[in-house]
Design a binder for this molecule. Structure first.
Ligand code: SF4
Length: 460
């Protein structure tokens, strides 16, 4: 049975909950409720629409049977936003029944107690405290008679938050990446697949996997959808009210359409929209940062997986000295802008779990020099699994813990501009210690690494 099409009874918010606290009640009491179906849309690199970035790659907002994904470059935003799919997802969330779209998020919450759902609910409920229009919009979620499903789930506002992946243009060939997120990886894999070298080396499993990935990217039309008239028409419609624009790539600072969107927001008089982006820090595009400097609220998410040779190996194509310089520039720029936030994410994987403390040293140095706070968070790699922590025997991983703990003590002062707090340490240690070892991934990891090292030594 398709979960999205089941109609359930309406749960009641207790009558004594004041109307301006009903949304807090829903978020606090309903384990499957999330505000994002009323606020947010996300795109894959090919423009196909999903509800949010935490949803599995192929779970789209679609129409027809069999369902075909909507595309932000070719379909009208009103049609997408109030499509049958969105109406059903809203209904399921409002009634705490859970949507199939969000299965990964619910699963994550069961395992770790943390989830994007909890984070998003908290963030948007906090934001409404200083935003009356947003508060009134969120309050409509709690108004429902349990009968007129279509009427109550149809919104007369457009999305207030967008998460966009505009294609795959990138300047790196990261070891964990694939063609959907890096144009250079797609080119490299085309050459490898055509050469037949994987079969020669008895790496048939990798040949099959990369062929599937390659074919999927090739038929995905990832380069044109964000330059269409429809894309800009849709964006202009949303621009005046947009509260959040998150963009990633590829490498977003290289993708022109990103600063074109910034210009559209400025033209719409919306410099207050919060701009968030994830960057690999290997480039400094003056046009991108010039446009960005006009916004009041910015969140720069630096994606750094290592320092020096670790960074250059994992993030293939990286020059660490350049990254180091750009980290400084980010701190310098943000240090005079109180509403700019700096975050740093590290993708925790087989090749770097024991080297994260070197990243802390870099962050701490700049944070103290520029008197600007930075937050660091580890993201456990979930794809491809043969590069994840499961590929390393537990006893080897555990050996890194004493050194990490000792270093963390150096950064546990709540008063510093860079700190490693208990939650961060718990997330880091849980991943290093608890992920079960998998022998198959371990063998695949060794085979993959040996092959890629020798291929790149010869071919660059
Ligand atoms: S429940 Fe999770 S996956 Fe679903 S919309 Fe919210 S944050 Fe995204």
């Amino acid at each position: 049975m398709d979960l999205n099409w089941v109609v359930h009874a309406v749960p009641n918010v207790p009558a004594d909950v004041p109307s301006d606290k009903r949304i807090h009640w829903l978020a606090g009491n309903m384990k499957k409720f999330c505000v994002l179906p009323w606020l947010n849309l996300n795109t894959n690199p090919n423009g196909n629409v999903k509800l949010c970035c935490s949803i599995a790659m192929d779970y789209f907002v679609g129409f027809g049977k069999p369902a075909k994904p909507f595309n932000l470059g070719y379909d009208d935003i009103d049609t997408i936003w109030n499509s049958e799919h969105m109406l059903n997802v809203r209904d399921l969330h409002r009634q705490n029944n859970g949507s199939g779209d969000c299965a990964d998020c619910y699963r994550m919450e069961k395992v770790s107690g943390h989830s994007p759902r909890k984070g998003q609910n908290k963030m948007w409920i906090m934001r409404q405290e200083n935003d009356e229009e947003l508060a009134s919009h969120l309050n409509t979620i709690t108004e429902y008679d349990g009968v007129n499903k279509k009427m109550f789930n149809t919104l007369d506002t457009l999305p207030l938050s967008l998460e966009l992946r505009l294609g795959n243009q990138c300047n790196l060939k990261c070891i964990t990446c694939w063609g959907m997120s890096s144009s250079l990886i797609q080119d490299e894999r085309r050459d490898i697949l055509r050469s037949g070298v994987l079969k020669e080396q008895k790496l048939d499993w990798l040949q099959d996997k990369w062929q599937d990935d390659y074919d999927l990217v090739e038929k995905s039309e990832i380069t044109e959808w964000y330059e269409t008239e429809m894309f800009y028409k849709n964006f202009r419609r949303m621009a005046p009210k947009l509260r959040r624009l998150y963009t990633t790539g590829g490498e977003p600072t290289l993708i022109k359409a990103n600063y074109k969107m910034f210009e559209e927001l400025i033209a719409a008089g919306n410099k207050n929209c919060k701009i968030e982006f994830t960057t690999n820090m290997t480039t400094w595009n003056p046009k991108f940062y010039e446009a960005l400097s006009q916004f009041d609220n910015v969140e720069i998410q630096m994606s750094i997986d290592g320092v020096g040779s670790v960074a250059e190996y994992i993030r293939y194509g990286t020059k660490w000295d350049v990254v180091r310089e750009n980290i400084k520039k980010v701190f310098e720029m943000a240090s005079t802008r109180p509403n700019w936030r700096i975050l740093c994410y590290t993708v925790l994987q087989a090749l770097n779990y024991q080297y994260v403390t070197e990243i802390w040293d870099v962050l701490s140095k700049e944070a103290e020099f520029y008197k600007k706070r930075v937050e660091w968070w580890p993201i456990t790699l979930s794809y491809p699994l043969y590069l994840g922590l499961a590929a390393i025997p537990k006893e080897d991983r555990i050996k890194s813990i004493p050194r990490i703990r000792e270093k963390a003590r150096q950064y546990d002062s709540g008063l510093a501009n860079f700190t490693v707090n208990k939650d961060t340490m718990a997330a880091l240690e849980n991943s290093i210690i608890n992920i079960p070892y998998n022998e198959m991934y371990s063998n695949q990891f060794k085979g993959y690494k040996k092959f890629l090292d020798s291929y790149r030594a010869k071919n660059g």
